[in-house]
Design a protein around this ligand. Structure first.
Ligand SMILES: NC(=O)c1ccc[n+]([C@@H]2O[C@H](COP(=O)([O-])OP(=O)(O)OC[C@H]3O[C@@H](n4cnc5c(N)ncnc54)[C@H](OP(=O)(O)O)[C@@H]3O)[C@@H](O)[C@H]2O)c1
Length: 456
């Protein structure tokens, strides 16, 4: 949640993040037992990270004071109504918040249904209810995902989901009924004295079953889609922007090229390849992987906030690359191979470079299984079998991405970029145009070194 000064200058976010000229305060809702623990989490998990080095260099000894003045911790949880905040705090927030940014989510594809529903669906509902009580709110920005398109093919438009809409023809989704299904399942499990493990398994399977019934490949994208529906339904006249990024990769330029946190999709493959634990992967090399550097996502968010402040509408942005500047898995394979030939990975500091084989990409499971089965007669069977299992687990996990055949339209994003370019503000340029990316250079020079530096 962001509270800025009374006026929203055009570059308000940049000022807040980089320069600190702005009088605004950033309220950060953090899951913690109390404000002190929330503050501790912010210092260790946010401001303590290397990405804040730019601000540390700028403010020197004044860095701590700067952060104390700008970041205001709130101990809360989006699963709860009013995030579990007390009345006095809420009253203060209702009066002072200008902009709400919601990125909270459970991003586990196969999360328990109750947890995913509470976070991604009820979380969005609680945010919308809170937003409706903020008297001077200019904007609610919600971060969703492009992959809530499920397994659709062809051109996917920046179009809102209507409440109840599904991806499977002939079905209608009643979100309230989903909550009842969760509650009934939980009651039944408890009545049968099910173990925690059994409860977790049942809830995970329930999520997947419900998702698939309505055409989504996993619980994550299904609940994110319902979250969008909730927001659209409850927003009333509120200005709402929904940002749908594809796979977010390391920062391209600002403030720290290559910086990334949390291992996501293609990064597991890069790390597995660097250790030579993963030598093959199931993906058609010509498949377009839709990736987008994190700073382009943030730049879009900042410009969209300013552009749509006070506008009583809902706008959706695909922050994606597959249409404007597609990158194939074959391209990543080539860039990674070149990178690791030039910079051979080593098991330890003083050890010999690991012998590198080019990663093989198979477009059919049959082909891949054949290769793995040949290994059954090899003296290295156990090692191969372990690698096969690692590959299979990653393949299964990332199938919604690697088998995806759609392209995300980003006409709205294009319009936003053109509008920004017409403002003649040469002081700051918020780049979110995927056309400016040379993918081979980005993977070789920025992303792969970033993954090895920050994630290995
Ligand atoms: N990463 C991607 O490639 C990608 C792509 C498209 C869209 N997105 C979207 O971008 C957003 C951020 O994703 P991410 O990859 O950064 O995910 P992440 O690393 O899993 O972070 C999720 C964040 O949400 C917080 N959170 C979870 N449940 C919460 C709750 N009940 N109340 C308050 N906070 C809660 C987590 O807090 P804790 O630290 O307490 O766990 C964490 O800080 C998500 O909305 C996701 O759907 C991500």
């Amino acid at each position: 949640m962001l509270q800025t000064g009374s006026q929203l200058p055009c570059v308000v976010q940049k000022i807040l993040v980089v320069d600190g000229w702005c009088t605004g305060v950033l309220f950060l809702l953090v899951r913690a037992t109390d404000v002190d623990s929330a503050k501790h989490r912010i210092w260790t998990e946010v401001a303590g990270r290397q990405i804040f080095q730019v601000l540390k260099d700028k403010h020197g000894e004044g860095f701590e004071d700067f952060i104390e003045a700008k970041l205001c911790p709130l101990a809360g949880d989006v699963m709860y109504e009013n995030f579990g905040l007390d009345k006095t705090k809420l009253e203060e927030l209702y009066k002072n918040i200008d902009i709400i940014v919601n990125t909270a989510a459970t991003t586990n594809f196969y999360e328990r249904y109750d947890v995913a529903f509470d976070t991604n669906v009820l979380g969005a509902k609680h945010i919308a209810e809170f937003a409706n009580k903020c008297t001077g709110l200019k904007m609610l920005l919600h971060v969703s995902t492009a992959f809530l398109a499920g397994e659709q093919e062809g051109l996917i438009l920046e179009k809102a989901f209507l409440k109840g809409e599904t991806l499977r023809e002939g079905t209608h989704l009643y979100i309230e009924s989903e909550l009842n299904i969760i509650k009934d399942t939980r009651t039944e499990l408890r009545a049968n004295y099910s173990s925690e493990k059994a409860e977790r398994k049942t809830m995970k399977e329930l999520g997947l079953e419900r998702a698939r019934q309505f055409g989504w490949p996993n619980t994550y994208t299904f609940t994110k889609a319902m979250g969008e529906m909730m927001l659209g339904h409850l927003r009333g006249d509120l200005p709402v922007v929904i940002i749908r990024p594809s796979i977010i990769t390391s920062l391209l330029k600002e403030p720290l090229p290559g910086w990334i946190e949390g291992i996501k999709t293609i990064d597991s493959v890069i790390l597995g390849y660097a250790k030579q634990a993963l030598k093959f992967f199931l993906v058609d090399p010509d498949t377009i992987m839709d990736v987008i550097p994190g700073d382009m996502v943030v730049n879009t968010m900042m410009v969209a906030m300013v552009a749509h402040s006070g506008e009583q509408a809902q706008t959706i942005y695909h922050v994606t690359s597959s249409l404007r500047n597609p990158a194939s898995y074959a391209l990543l394979q080539e860039s990674a191979h070149r990178y690791f030939i030039d910079n051979p990975p080593r098991a330890g500091n003083n050890s010999e470079p690991i012998r590198l084989n080019k990663m093989r990409l198979f477009s059919t499971i049959l082909h891949m299984v054949n290769i793995a089965l040949c290994g059954a007669f090899s003296p290295y069977y156990n090692e191969l079998n372990g690698k096969y299992r690692l590959a299979m687990s990653l393949i299964e996990l990332y199938a919604p991405y690697t088998l995806f055949k759609g392209r995300f339209d980003n006409m709205n994003l294009e319009r936003l970029r053109m509008a920004m370019e017409q403002t003649n503000n040469t002081e700051y340029y918020f780049d979110f145009d995927p056309m400016t990316i040379d993918w081979d250079d980005y993977f070789y020079r920025v992303h792969i070194p970033g993954v090895l530096k920050y994630l290995a």
